[in-house]
Write a protein that binds this ligand. Structure first.
Ligand code: NAP
Length: 324
């Protein structure tokens, strides 16, 4: 019969023709549904941060400063925290000069305190609540890095880094959490690091403080699951900021060097945008890193032996460079 039809110039409609015709509306439909989903997600995300009271620690520099800009532009009411009032004033002026879009912006508040002083953290939390009444989103961003040899590093240096990177965010979170629970809304964000997941030689105190941070906020997320409190842990790789310049060494002195990895890192503006999106989408965790650090994170779990060998080789290479 097919032979006869072919002779008459007809070609029978094949199943493959039908599927290729059906695939076009199906594809268009899927793209449409996905675009609608993304649009709704974007609207939901911007409504989530717009007007929200957002506390940012370490707002005087790097990622914290960029987070201040993106959350300010998104219409959040900012509470900018730092140790240096002058730099916070500069930031407030810079935000005031930023081009205003259609979203209403709010004049930020400033709170000055040192995160390594638990009592100061406690009084800062009272000051924040007295000034703005509530906190919707807390971004635990402030931090300090370290470069040093374990054998030479004083315990006081390990402790100082833990105080700033771990106990500071823990204390501020604990001080603000009860009011968030009472309000029925709250979001705790912490800027950890890829080094919260893997440890790199000659960064012991920093990696340890970030591992502790990761562990604490993972526990917090689980314990808060029955409440309205969200927890987002952000794990960036290298970001182009002054982190390495401000890092401390074995004896607590300032390292003062812009490391090549840091200088070639991702821009703080990009990472701040990722933080804003992660908060809006209530992500539990975000790894903001290139292929190699991402693979290293997985390698640590899948093949620890290989990971340890790579880190030992890295330590050897770094030691050689130092002694050269
Ligand atoms: N840059 C990277 O490659 C990278 C990668 C992964 C994760 N991170 C994390 O990103 C966060 C932000 O760092 P950054 O890269 O933006 O470095 P940064 O430019 O050096 O900024 C660090 C901020 O933390 C503040 N800070 C330091 N010690 C403090 C203390 N005792 N009390 C209060 N505030 C204090 C600093 O305030 P002062 O101006 O008063 O010093 C500054 O605002 C940190 O948690 C860091 O660990 C950075």
């Amino acid at each position: 019969m097919f032979l006869a039809e072919r002779k008459r110039g007809f070609s029978p409609l094949k199943m493959t023709d039908l599927t290729s015709w059906a695939i076009i509306p199906l594809l268009l439909g899927s793209v449409g549904v996905y675009s609608l989903y993304r649009l709704l997600q974007r609207l939901r995300s911007s409504a989530y941060v717009q007007g929200a009271v957002v506390v940012i620690t370490g707002a005087t520099s790097g990622l914290g400063k960029e987070c201040a800009k993106v959350f300010y532009s998104a219409g959040s009411q900012l509470v900018l925290c730092g140790r240096n009032e002058e730099r916070l004033d500069d930031l407030v002026r810079e935000l005031g000069r930023m081009r205003k879009g259609s979203i209403q912006t709010h004049k930020p508040h400033k709170v000055i305190f040192d995160l390594s002083d638990v009592e100061a953290v406690d009084s800062a939390s009272h000051e924040i609540l007295n000034n703005v009444g509530k906190v919707d989103i807390l971004i635990n961003n402030a931090g300090i890095s370290y470069r040093g040899n374990i054998l030479k590093t004083k315990v006081s240096v390990d402790r100082m880094i833990m105080d700033i990177n771990y106990f500071g965010p823990v204390a501020l979170t604990k001080a603000l959490l009860p009011s968030m629970i009472k309000n029925g809304r709250g979001h705790i964000v912490v800027i950890s690091s890829v080094q919260g997941k893997i440890s790199i030689p000659f960064r012991s105190a920093y990696a340890a403080s970030k591992h502790a941070t990761q562990a604490f906020f993972d526990c917090l997320r689980a314990e808060m699951a029955a409440t309205e409190i969200e927890v987002t842990v952000v794990n960036p790789g290298y970001i182009k900021t002054n982190l390495s310049m401000n890092a401390v060494t074995d004896d607590g002195s300032i390292y003062g060097v812009m490391d090549q990895n840091t200088a070639e890192g991702r821009s703080a503006e990009d990472v701040a945008q990722i933080v804003l999106r992660a908060v809006g989408e209530r992500k539990k965790e975000v790894l903001v890193a290139g292929l190699v650090p991402t693979l290293a994170v997985y390698l640590r779990t899948i093949s620890p032996k290989l990971f340890f060998a790579i880190m030992a080789a890295r330590a050897k290479k770094e030691r050689k460079l130092k002694n050269a």
